[in-house]
Ligand binder design. Sequence first.
Ligand SMILES: *Cc1c(COP(=O)(O)O)cnc(C)c1O
Ligand SMILES: [Zn+2]
Length: 415
Amino acid sequence: MVIPFAHFAGVKAETMSTSLLTSVSNISHLVCSKCQQEYSHESLQRVSACCGMPLLARYAVSAPFSQKVLQNKEGTMWRYQEMLPVIKPENKVSLGEGFTPILSLKNLGSSYGFENLLLKDEGQNPTGSFKARGLSMAISKALELGVEGCIIPTAGNAGVAMAAYCAKANLPAIVVMPRHTPKAFKEECYWYGAEVHLLDGLIHDCAAEVRKMNHHGQLLDVSTLKEPYRLEGKKTMGYELAEQLQWNLPDVILYPAGGGTGLIGIWKAFQEMIALGWLDKDVRLPRMVAVQAQNCRPLVDTFLGLQQNSQQYNGKPTIANGLAVPRPLGEPLMLQVLAESKGTAIAISEEEMVEGIREIGKKEGLFVAPEGAAVWMAARQLLSQGWIQAQEKVLLLNTGAGQKYVQNIEGQYLN
Ligand SMILES: *Cc1c(COP(=O)(O)O)cnc(C)c1O
Ligand SMILES: [Zn+2]
């Protein structure tokens, strides 16, 4: 039995409780994404005790609450603070994340027949990727709930972001990453003062090591969807898309899916905005496309029915480090977003990613991460297959800055 997303994101009107009077946040509780059992947001939570699945934050809005609250708010993701989980503003750990620009890719789009091709450039976030959103939120909540330190298995960007926000919050940070991760990611963690462990394997091997290192549970494991708040940071992309596009959503959104927090978060944001009345009840929501690497395509294989789920999937490394997630915990939620949005899933080869980086660089002056290039190549393929129509409004998410990946693609501009 699958519970519709709208159910989790329902923003119940409630009478005002005392905690709401002193809080900038309308968070009311957490729910298990599998069975809807309720959990408190006032104590530290990891996955649900009932099902071992991700917990989702729910909000209760006490009074009519219009988009007008956004006037005069700061130009970061914290402008949506009423729909974010941090209760006390002094716990906010911010480096200026979010509210990244949406750029029109006129040169690139017109050369392939796209009439309205847009790119939200998440490479402009602190630490060079959209991981900043999730980790800013998770570390803020960790501070609010009195955590003593944080640990993370990472393919690169999440570890860098965690290290930075822990530094800002004055919390100890341990980062466990694959040895083959490009040097720029490792170095940046060191400069933020984190303890870095390198091991042979992919992110799920790092996750096993984290479980061993943290068997007493003294540190908060901020792995994707193993605590409820990184998702709340990532969902701000959905709010921004709506606000920055004057509440006219794209027809198609393409997202490079690893653990899937962005995909799930954007969809959750749309459902919340419908519940708030910020989006029309019968608005046509975008078709969501999950883009993966041929080298690691667990979601694509499950979506196409080639396997029942990804729990035994083995992936290979890819130059798109963020996509090397062979067994994502959030797979059921990602599949649900694809189903509810009438979206699809598609995999892109390493060579195609390099070609995409080159094209976007030359035609648009943007140096995107291989993950962002994959999304562009997926749009090209879906247009030529007729799944995307030329006149549709198509939005690409470039999730990271290309600079950190130079080691992965060195010299390949010549090819
Ligand atoms: C982590 C990452 C992704 C995948 O994000 P998920 O939330 O794990 O799906 C995509 N692109 C970049 C650059 C990343 O760092
Ligand atoms: Zn449950």
